[in-house]
Design a protein around this ligand. Structure first.
Ligand code: ATP
Ligand code: MG
Length: 256
């Protein structure tokens, strides 16, 4: 096995003397899609923030390509849940702006922005303002912007949570197609169990107070996966059992 692109080594994090993450260790290989599942408050966003360099661990370390992550960089991009689009800029300009300071010429920035906006099916909305788009389209602009930077790693914190089921399915397929082409490494936090099984090569289930890796699931079936086949049901059952969904008296415990 080659060296991991991300190596999380015995990472713990305290906030106001409270342990939030405890001794998290995991490696991610280049081109993998990793999903992180866990109850609200178990530290999933905190973990992504540590990987992205937005927070520092209280102990342990995060390595990106063998280098300790000390600050945020364009090699590892966070896809924000609220899209983070500038409302007064057009769709195309929003993507181009993310490419400033990368050494590309203006023409190159324009071409690259258009290329990724086409990939997410927005080539006809380049001059629209974000407010003129649906929520799903705004999310696609945010995805195009993250991809246009051509990061090695994309961190996604519940990227499709605000979308209806059909838009979500559509974007999940788009993400898989683009990821296959670009070999981007993706870490995805989600509350959606099916989304995790549909997209991920490995799923990490976290337990809370303090956040720990409780279980790792390896999903080998080829993509795109069939949400109705027996493999899919098998993983759904394992995960539901982990969250004790199958025992009605405990069902309320999982606060989605
Ligand atoms: N900057 C901060 N300062 C103090 N406490 C924080 C900070 N960020 C997170 N926490 C605490 O750390 C714990 C984990 O928070 P985190 O946002 O990582 O959870 P999460 O698993 O992403 O939850 P959710 O599924 O609701 O998004 C929570 O108890 C939260 O209150
Ligand atoms: Mg969170």
């Amino acid at each position: 096995m080659t060296a991991p692109i991300i190596s999380i080594q015995q990472v713990s994090k305290m906030f106001a003397k409270q342990p939030v993450l405890d001794q998290i260790s995991l490696d991610v290989q280049k081109g993998e899609i990793i999903a992180i599942l866990g109850k609200s408050g178990c530290g999933k966003s905190t973990l992504l923030n540590l990987i992205g360099g937005f927070e520092q661990p209280s102990s342990g370390q995060v390595l990106l390509d063998d280098e300790i992550v000390m600050k945020a960089s364009k090699r590892c991009i966070m896809l924000m849940q609220n899209y983070g689009l500038l409302p007064w800029r057009s769709v195309q300009k929003n993507v181009e702006l993310a490419l400033e300071g990368t050494g590309l010429t203006k023409i190159e920035r324009q071409r690259r922005a258009q290329h990724y906006l086409k990939l997410v099916g927005l080539e006809n909305r380049l001059s629209a303002l974000p407010s003129e788009l649906s929520g799903g389209m705004q999310q696609r602009v945010a995805i195009a912007r993250a991809l246009a930077i051509q990061p090695e790693v994309i961190l996604m914190d519940e990227p499709f949570a605000a979308l209806d089921t059909f838009t979500r399915y559509y974007l999940q397929d788009e993400l898989l197609a683009i990821q296959k082409e670009e070999k981007t490494t993706i870490l995805l936090v989600t509350h959606d169990i099916d989304e995790a099984i549909y997209l991920a090569d490995r799923i990490f289930i976290m337990s809370p107070n303090p956040g720990r890796i409780h279980r790792e699931l390896l999903i080998r079936s080829t993509k795109p996966r069939d949400r109705s086949d027996s493999d899919f049901q098998h993983f759904r059952e394992i995960i539901f059992n982990e969250f004790q969904f199958t025992h009605p008296q405990n069902a309320v415990e999982y606060n989605i």
